[in-house]
Design a protein around this ligand. Structure first.
Ligand SMILES: CC(=O)N[C@H]1[C@@H](OP(=O)(O)OP(=O)(O)OC[C@H]2O[C@@H](n3ccc(=O)[nH]c3=O)[C@H](O)[C@@H]2O)O[C@H](CO)[C@@H](O)[C@@H]1O
Ligand SMILES: C=C(OP(=O)(O)O)C(=O)O
Length: 424
């Protein structure tokens, strides 16, 4: 198994190009099931989760073509043809690898009236049930059973629009319901919907395919069902979590770099927290410039968008461990998202866990150590810590990183980091 070896202490300087958003592209790919036309996606990141989703769609008969890239750094174009779909089974062996696998359920039910979809995998950051997805689809008229680890769903007479009020915010349930409702009869109203920018990206793609959707980006979304959707061409939005990750890496190494293509307006809460901690964030014509003043401890609480993203909590902790003073990081979305804490402590961080809060007391410096990556964002937090630490850090189990970060080692090395991938 590959590892990442880092010799820390070099400030990151230069430019880092931000890729297309994983958590948008995966759902956009699932919309191909809703149309017989061709869906062309531009700016698709080169990630393991993208390949897994492509494999899942191909296993159901969807035509999947990656355009021959102009160079290994060029963004990918992906063409998906849902018209050739010949199976409504989403197999355990593929879906267990990632959370987004369950996002084929809504489109399959809406277009084909049935689905057999394995309960999904993804990062082991909590129990992550899918009850809100299932209850919402039932409210649109779907019959749903669980059988041997599979969701077995049917809507033989088609889905019917309804008002669905989510008891709490779920990104995935909102996305599944939006996709399902595009082809339902009548109007669907989603109340207490997720407001993440990826939801807006999904709605914009569906609108380009002929769907009637209003309110995406607010907590109430209305979808008026149509008889069919056409193909479309859509560009995947820039990855705000990749952006926040590199911003924190630059700050943690006290560097100075431009994140090319970043969309600062999708990162308001994270930018505010970084600014409060002493990170200087400038909006520049081609993205965001990150520099660092004196770092001071800052409290952060994760919340659904527009709050501070849970997907940046581990990276923020890696930044706060060498800030002056104390910070309290509180995780409200996932019950098991502090697995980076013991690993950061192995590098000399001073952290106390109290339930869903971590009290970080800043130390002058970290020291490199062998550490174990446990999930995607925890893994990259260890990379950030390694870049800032004195001496050598070896990050083990880096397959998690390949799910969400494209050419991480090369992007960081181009900014001066001493980092290499070591074949294991
Ligand atoms: C592929 C993808 O886009 N993943 C993102 C998505 O995950 P995902 O869509 O899985 O996250 P949700 O917003 O659905 O989960 C939020 C909370 O609701 C709970 N829940 C969710 C659904 C449900 O039916 N029942 C239930 O109890 C979850 O366990 C969690 O505690 O949004 C999360 C929150 O921003 C991000 O951290 C993930 O990176
Ligand atoms: C938790 C994440 O991904 P997933 O939902 O696919 O596990 C993530 O992107 O941080």
């Amino acid at each position: 198994m590959d590892k990442i070896r880092i010799v820390g202490g070099t400030p990151l300087k230069g430019e880092i190009r931000i890729g297309g958003a994983k958590n948008s592209a995966l759902k956009l790919m699932c919309t191909s099931i809703l149309t017989d036309g061709d869906l062309v996606l531009e700016n698709v990141p080169r990630l393991a989760d993208i390949r897994t989703t492509a494999q899942l769609l191909e296993s159901m008969g969807v035509g999947v073509t990656f355009a021959e890239p102009e160079g290994e750094d060029a963004p990918q174009r992906l063409t998906l043809g849902g018209g050739s779909l010949n199976s409504t089974l989403a197999d355990y062996d593929i879906v267990r690898k990632m959370r987004a696998g369950v996002l084929v359920l809504g489109p399959l039910l809406a277009k084909h009236g049935k689905a057999r979809v394995s309960l999904p995998g993804g990062c082991a950051i909590g129990t992550r049930p899918v009850d809100l997805h299932l209850k919402g689809l039932q409210q649109l008229g779907a019959e749903i059973d669980l059988d041997g680890g599979y969701i077995v769903a049917a809507a033989p007479n088609g889905l019917i629009g309804a008002e669905v009020t989510f008891p709490f915010v779920s990104v995935g349930a909102t996305e599944n319901l939006i996709m399902a409702a595009t082809l339902a009869k009548g109007t669907t109203r989603l109340v207490n919907a997720a407001r993440e920018p990826e939801i807006v990206d999904l709605a914009n793609c569906l609108i380009a395919m002929g769907a009637r959707i209003s309110g995406a980006g607010s907590d109430t979304i209305e979808i008026e069902g149509v008889d069919s959707l056409s193909g479309a061409t859509h560009t995947v939005m820039p990855d705000r979590i990749e952006t926040g990750t590199y911003a924190m890496a630059v700050a943690a190494t006290r560097g100075d770099a431009v994140l090319v293509g970043a969309l600062p307006e999708t990162l308001g809460a994270a930018i505010a927290s970084m600014a409060a901690a002493g990170v200087i964030v400038d909006h520049v014509p081609n993205g965001m410039r990150i520099r660092c003043g004196a770092l001071v401890g800052t409290d952060v609480m994760t919340e659904p968008y527009p709050g501070f993203p849970t997907d940046l909590q581990a990276q923020m902790m890696a930044l706060m461990v060498t800030a002056q003073g104390a910070s309290m990081l509180t995780e409200t979305i996932f019950e098991n998202r502090f697995m980076h804490v013991p690993e950061l402590m192995r590098m000399g961080a001073n952290i106390n866990l109290h339930g869903r809060s971590a009290m970080v007391r800043g130390v002058p410096r970290l020291t490199g150590a062998p550490v174990m990556a446990t999930d995607l964002r925890a893994s990259v937090a260890l990379v950030i810590a390694g870049l800032a630490a004195q001496g050598e850090t070896m990050v083990n189990r880096i397959y998690h990183l390949d799910r969400g970060y494209e050419r991480l080692d090369r992007k960081l090395a181009a900014c001066g980091a001493q980092i290499e991938r070591v074949a294991g």
